[in-house]
Design a protein around this ligand. Structure first.
Ligand code: F0G
Length: 465
């Protein structure tokens, strides 16, 4: 009997990894205003900034790209994608967009009413920004366990059903929709259980509200339901995903994640009138409804990706590689967002560096140190990303996390072994790290562009590669 879960693919095309020296990295980081978003790819050895659009496509997807139909109106690649999406989700209207946030913007604009409220387990940052940009209020009603990194609750993405019901009652007509983000990216890539999705859908229905999914990581969520939820182990991930989509009136989907493509998004809608409004907006900002901001070849690759992502050897390997990293860090004693999530490992930076107050961005301090140590780029998911400037200091976010996000089908086990060494080194000097202050920031989505300054000179790693 063999036990090793192997990558269920072999490599046909390779891309060299940039290798840099510690003194160069210190300079690159300074030139980037101490904001990892501003680094250049050639300065990064292992890039765990995001799993969005950074994965590897399969030979079958590249083959589909070659036969993509570039017809402006009525592209056959669109109809192929439409068939695939309808089969997977059961949705009536399939609207392609250039990425997830375009689908969000169009959906919220189409459903918009003055003072609208969106009730969600958790809004991702672009989702929240799109609701707020339209003058709406985005409420996060995730279960209390989500705020506790040490809780081993298997479904920390669940919505608190009692609070959802309260808000549906209290905010009545103002509620534009109930939105479930699967998995909960902000809170650790934690899944939402099937039971919770069924109950939330029923509640929304009872109050006459549309029930939507932010389905960016629908396949990972389905896999984790299969692994963790009582009574689901014997079903296929595909079967579970198909049921989940059918609980909803529609969805937004960033295809850059579980679509296994480098660019793309989808808006799925059942309601005819809402879909008509959405298509009118689509034509205004994205393009004609049979391509919506994408090339025909992108649509073709996405149709293949949506099928491949539900193949179980792939999902099993994906989860195993993230668990392998999680277990190694856990063994070293690194405080982690527990349990392991679907697309990333999240380090609890507040617990790792208690000497750095939240308004001095412990997550940024740790992420920057990982870069200095090993050319690894992670991302802060904490007060820089979700906090807001206050009169004296920032209103802080709930959790200070560093997300080490795994691109799909991109890195191998030796890369992960290297990552473990890099984190181990930084963890060894965690108490000597100090925080940052913001020198410049923008009012919307500041994390992407802010310039920071270290509050103490960052020491160079003693030995580096
Ligand atoms: N919803 C979720 C849950 C996401 O994680 C993202 C993007 C979006 C929507 C927006 O989709 O990027 O295609 O416009 N998340 C990326 C990340 C950026 O790094 O987690 P998009």
């Amino acid at each position: 009997m063999t036990h090793t879960i192997i990558e269920p693919f072999r490599i046909k095309m390779v891309e060299p990894l940039p290798l840099t020296r510690p003194e160069d990295r210190a300079r690159f980081l300074k030139e980037a205003g101490f904001n990892l978003f501003k680094l250049h790819a050639a300065q990064i050895t292992i890039d765990l900034l995001t799993d969005s659009g950074t994965g590897a496509m399969s030979a079958a997807q590249w083959a589909a790209m070659m036969t993509g139909d570039e017809t402006y109106a009525g592209s056959e690649s669109f109809f192929e994608l439409e068939r695939t999406v309808r089969d997977l989700t059961g949705v009536l209207h399939v609207i392609p967009t250039h990425q997830g946030r375009a689908a969000e913007h169009i959906l919220f604009s189409a459903i918009h009413q003055p003072g609208m409220v969106v009730l969600a387990n958790a809004h991702f940052d672009t989702t929240r920004a799109n609701v707020e940009y339209l003058g709406g209020t985005a409420r996060d009603l995730v279960v209390a366990e989500a705020a506790d990194p040490s809780s081993e609750h298997p479904f920390k993405g669940n919505i608190d059903l009692a609070r959802l019901e309260q808000h549906l009652k209290a905010e009545g007509d103002k509620v534009a929709m109930v939105l479930m983000t699967i998995t909960n990216n902000r809170g650790g890539g934690q899944p939402v259980s099937l039971a919770n999705l069924r109950a939330a859908s029923e509640l929304a229905r009872r109050f006459g509200k549309p029930f939507f999914l932010d389905a960016a990581r629908f396949a990972e969520n389905a896999w984790l339901i299969k692994q963790r939820e009582a009574g689901q182990a014997s079903r296929s991930a595909a079967e579970i995903a198909r049921e989940v989509f059918r609980l909803a009136d529609g969805f937004t989907l960033s295809a850059k994640k579980d679509g296994l493509v480098n660019i793309g998004g989808l808006l799925g809608i059942n309601d005819d009138a809402l879909a008509e409004k959405a298509r009118a907006l689509l034509i205004l900002t994205e393009g004609f409804p049979t391509y919506g901001g994408l090339a025909g070849r992108d649509l073709a690759a996405l149709a293949v990706g949506l099928r491949e992502v539900l193949e179980e050897p792939y999902l099993e390997y994906r989860q195993a590689s993230i668990r392998y990293f999680y277990n190694a860090l856990d063994k070293i004693g690194v405080p982690l967002m527990r349990p392991v999530g679907g697309h990333a490992v999240y380090i609890d930076a507040a617990a790792t560096c208690p000497q750095i107050p939240k308004w001095e961005y412990p997550g940024v301090a740790m992420a920057n140190e990982l870069y200095l140590e090993g050319g690894v780029r992670a991302v802060e998911v904490g007060t820089l990303m979700f906090g807001k400037p206050g009169p004296e200091r920032d209103e802080t976010a709930g959790l200070e996390l560093v997300r080490l996000t795994f691109p799909r089908r991109t890195y191998t086990q030796s890369h992960v072994d290297y990552l473990v060494e890099v984190v181990d080194e930084v963890f060894g000097r965690r108490r000597r790290l100090s925080g940052y202050r913001i020198a410049r920031q923008s009012p919307i989505l500041r994390a992407f562009t802010a310039e920071l300054q270290p509050l103490a000179p960052t020491p160079l790693p003693a030995a580096g590669r």
